[in-house]
Each structure stands twice: as structure tokens, then as C-alpha cells.
Design a protein around this ligand. Structure first.
Ligand code: CA
Length: 221
């Protein structure tokens, strides 16, 4: 899961980034409103954490622009303490959730996970496909109840595919959701990653649709 955090307070941004990374997410940071708006408008993020008070372009304007342009990714807004009108405005502008500063970063992580699950249509924190289960709170994957140790990148692949409920996902989309923007990627990186996960979870855990991509829980060909 690939997240964008737009926050101009360097200390808060660093805290959020480190907590989300520890929770297994891939995190991009922007401190400037204009840049943050542009990246949210042009890149595929699974969710965005958006501070409302930002230099060059404020968070509310950013959110309104995204929604007007039809961008549907879940957005959690960060508001100033006690500023209830800002929260109302944020929700009216299309925010999916909000947190008022100061907040516990653990709660932000939990709310982000819940947003991602809801966006994927999973009300429960544990997603199951056949014998394989993904616990989004513990970041654990198990096969037939037995925990399987995955590297962070392997976990991100399994988590992304399992959130898609069997939808076939192409290489380019996987690349966008599993690697940071500037990462130098080998052309066969996704293939290699899929192979490693299959070695751990079983060959049929991930289905290949030749020419289209990969799926978990869908019908294979
Ligand atoms: Ca701010």
C-alpha cells in the first residue's frame, strides 16, 4: 500500500512517516501544498493524509480540486485542535476521515488501515482468501492458521492483492503501489517478487493471467 503524506510541519511529518512505515506502508512525503496536490492528482496512492494548513495551496482547496477532478482515493485530513468548522468543511469537501492535532500516531495508523479496508470493501481487519489470511492490524499473513514470515515487500504485494478481492492487477499498477516513485526498478522485479511469495504461500496462492497481471482470490487461467 502506497501512501502520500502532505504535512508542512517537519516533526509531525517524520513521526507520521515512521509510524506508517513501521505498519508496513510505503510512504511519500510532501511539505508544500502545490506539489502535494500535483502528486495526488497524477499518481496512484492508496490513501492520502492531508494537513489542512499548508504553504502555497491549502488542504481544503487541494481536496476540493481532487474530488472535482474525480480522484476517489481515501483522504484523511489533519486539522488544528478544536477547529470544528475546519473539520466540517473538510468532510463536506470530500474527506473520508479526520484527526485533530495533537493526536496519537497509533490512532492515525489505525484509522488509515480502516480507511484502506473500507475503500476495498472489507469491514473486518482480517481478510481471508481460501487458506490464506491477512491480519491488517498485526501485519501478519498465515496459511491454514500457520504464520508465514514475509519480507516487507512481499507483505505489501500480498496485502495489495488481497485488498483487491480477486481483481487482476497489472505490473504497472503493482509497481506504482509497491515501490517509491524514484526507485530504480528491474523490469522483472514484480515477477521475482511474485515467485518468492509463491514459494512461501504455495504456487496457486497468486494466479497469473498472461498478458494482464496477477490476482489473489480470483479465477486463474
Ligand atoms: Ca500545517
Amino acid at each position: 500500500m502506497h501512501l502520500l503524506v502532505i504535512e508542512d510541519d517537519a516533526g509531525i511529518a517524520a513521526t507520521i512517516r515512521s509510524a506508517l512505515e513501521q505498519a508496513g506502508f510505503l510512504v511519500e512525503l510532501e511539505s508544500n501544498g502545490e506539489n502535494g496536490w500535483f502528486r495526488g492528482d497524477t499518481e496512484a496512492f492508496d490513501a492520502i493524509i492531508l494537513d489542512l494548513g499548508l504553504p502555497s495551496l491549502d488542504g481544503l482547496t487541494i481536496l476540493k480540486r481532487w474530488r472535482k477532478a474525480g480522484r476517489k482515493m481515501p483522504v484523511l485530513v489533519l486539522t488544528a485542535r478544536g477547529n470544528w468548522d475546519e473539520r466540517v468543511e473538510g468532510i463536506d469537501a470530500g474527506a473520508d476521515d479526520y484527526m485533530a492535532k495533537p493526536f496519537r500516531v497509533e490512532e492515525l495508523v489505525a484509522r488509515t488501515r480502516a480507511l484502506l479496508r473500507r475503500a476495498a470493501g472489507h469491514p473486518s481487519p482480517v481478510i481471508e482468501i481460501g487458506e490464506i489470511s491477512l491480519d491488517t492490524r498485526q501485519m501478519r499473513v498465515a496459511k491454514a492458521g500457520i504464520p508465514v514470515a514475509l519480507s516487507p515487500q512481499e507483505f505489501r504485494l500480498v496485502s495489495y492483492l488481497m485488498h483487491q478481492q480477486g481483481r487482476v492487477v497489472g505490473q504497472l499498477e503493482l509497481t506504482e503501489h509497491l515501490y517509491l516513485q524514484d526507485f530504480e526498478l528491474d523490469s522483472n522485479a514484480i515477477e521475482v517478487l511474485v515467485r518468492r511469495v509463491r514459494q512461501k504461500l504455495g504456487t496457486d496462492a497468486i494466479a497469473t493471467r498472461r498478458g494482464f497481471g496477477y490476482s489473489m482470490g480470483g479465477t486463474a487461467e
